[in-house]
Design a protein around this ligand. Structure first.
Ligand code: MRU
Length: 355
């Protein structure tokens, strides 16, 4: 099955074919990534982005490393460390890359190991598609008939390689004829909402309204939206959730006005090793991204900036998590631990069947 927008295609033995998301929506430019250097540049520049897609790109880049540089353990370990460090907040990148490394090291060095890495990358992409479909089906009934929802950043097929997480839920609710309108924040400073979410919503034929981030609290206060649904980059063991900067403010406004606030994320985005939000590493990006866009600059010389790419929403502001194993309700620590344990049992069983 192919994603509605195919942000990534894995070409075993050849490279990774990606849609350059920095060029959307004006141009649909595809790039062929054949080096670790090139793939890391694409990750850092947000040509590929979104937590689940970053995991897939991480696994595929390790396959690129084996093809480009050889499959020796030291080479792969170095490449995995480099890939994982490129963007620190989205846990999928490091986690899925490290899993790919273990899968590779279970096979003797040489062509078989390289082939195993490519097959693993293809399997990771296929699993994401299934997870997206499952979580979207679980989440859609949370949207009431005739509802309007608000979302932030981009969590669609572009961000996952599959069907989307929060935007997957929105798409499924629209297909069920319940959702009537999706409000999308523009998502300053890199405009993932304005450029990418609005593009995906238009392609899906979903009625969409764009708003400046600064208008979101007033929109929620006006009673226009029935729910806020966003994605996640890393969910700590207690449910504290890192997502695109601005998410925390949306959660505060939703709580103040009694609007449900949902996080839709696959289980790969849960990080039980991180106990709470304060331990989540937050990526800070260049001042130039706040002071200008696409080659234009509007700040005076030397302007200081504060440009975190993510913020952390405390667990008590979250109504529920929408995952491929169902809806998790508070108390979240227990629900998350139980769900991840059940997932680990099933993964162990599947691995035993393969070997
Ligand atoms: O900086 P980005 O564009 O990679 O940030 C993406 C987000 O914050 C998404 O909401 C998150 O990764 C979930 S994607 C399904």
């Amino acid at each position: 099955v192919e994603s509605p927008v195919a942000p990534i295609r894995i070409l075993p033995g050849l490279g990774i074919d990606v849609l350059d998301q920095t060029r959307l929506p004006q141009a649909e430019v595809r790039l062929r990534l054949t080096t670790v250097e090139g793939a890391c540049e694409s990750i850092a520049a947000l040509r590929v982005r979104g937590a689940p897609l970053l995991g897939i790109v991480g696994a595929a880049t390790l396959a690129v490393a084996a093809t480009e540089l050889g499959s020796a353990e030291r080479v792969l370990r170095d490449a995995a460390a480099r890939i994982s460090a490129t963007r620190p907040t989205a846990v999928d990148l490091g986690k899925v890359t490290t899993q790919a490394l273990s899968v590779a090291l279970a096979v003797p060095e040489g062509p078989a190991r390289t082939a195993r890495l490519w097959a693993n990358a293809e399997a990771v992409l296929a699993r994401q598609f299934e997870a997206d479909r499952a979580l979207s089906a679980f989440g859609a009934p949370l949207i009431g008939a005739g509802a309007a929802v608000l979302t932030h950043c981009n969590t669609g097929a572009l961000a996952t390689g599959g069907y989307g997480t929060a935007l997957g839920v929105i798409r499924a609710a629209f297909e069920d004829r319940r959702l009537v309108r999706c409000y999308a924040t523009e998502t300053r400073p890199l405009l993932q909402g304005a450029r990418l979410t609005m593009w995906e919503l238009a392609r899906a034929g979903i009625a969409a309204t764009l708003l400046p981030d600064t208008a979101a609290a007033a929109l929620i206060a006006s009673g226009t939206v029935d729910a806020v649904i966003v994605g996640a980059d890393r969910i700590a063991a207690n449910g504290d959730t890192a997502n695109k900067v601005g998410t925390y403010g949306l959660a505060l406004a939703a709580a103040r006005h009694g609007v449900p606030f949902y996080i839709a994320a696959p289980l790969t985005t849960f990080d039980p090793a991180t106990r709470h939000g304060a331990a989540i590493p937050i990526e800070f990006r260049a001042a130039s991204e706040v002071g200008g866009f696409a080659g234009q600059r509007w700040t005076p010389d030397g302007a200081d900036s504060y440009n975190p790419a993510f913020d952390v929403t405390p667990t008590d502001l979250i109504t529920a998590f929408i995952t491929e194993r169902g809806i998790l309700r508070p108390p979240f620590s227990a629900a998350i631990a139980r769900t991840l344990a059940a997932e680990a049992v099933d993964a162990g069983r599947a691995a035993a069947e393969v070997s």
